[in-house]
Design a protein around this ligand. Structure first.
Ligand SMILES: [Fe+2]
Ligand SMILES: [Fe+2]
Length: 132
């Protein structure tokens, strides 16, 4: 099942690398969600989860490097948002591999809501600075 679809209107930021990375991120997230909700093997869900989290870490650090390079004034507040999500995802990842947590519909919706809010609010806001 598809959890989230990338659209220019909702997720466009006018920053080329951000759009390209989100398309890939959404595809990894949809794959994880599909595996988890159709009852794929736990090992498969776990490897989709790990792949997604590695990609998200890379995406956030790419944005943060670019913000620092442009001396972007909203860096601290933006990084705080990234850190909060990574904390939640890291907790889920540890819990999943310990057999104490699952990737549920609620988890999928939480991540979708985070993206639907973060991209137009935080990522779109750094477009002028990053493209300058
Ligand atoms: Fe982002
Ligand atoms: Fe961001």
């Amino acid at each position: 099942m598809v959890l989230i679809a990338w659209t220019e209107a909702q997720h466009g930021t006018k920053v080329r690398f951000v759009g390209a990375e989100y398309k890939e991120l959404f595809s990894l997230l949809n794959k994880l969600y599909d595996n988890a909700t159709r009852g794929a093997a736990r090992s498969q869900v776990g490897s989709s989860l790990d792949t997604l989290i590695i990609f998200v870490v890379g995406h956030f650090s790419h944005e943060e490097k670019e913000m620092i390079a442009k001396n972007y004034s909203g860096y601290d507040r933006h990084k705080e948002e990234h850190t909060k999500l990574l904390k939640t995802c890291g907790g889920l990842q540890i819990g999943f591999h310990a057999g104490e947590a699952e990737v549920t519909v609620e988890v999928g919706n939480m991540v979708k809501d985070w993206l639907d809010h973060h991209i137009p609010t935080f990522d779109a806001a750094f477009a002028d600075a990053l493209n300058s």
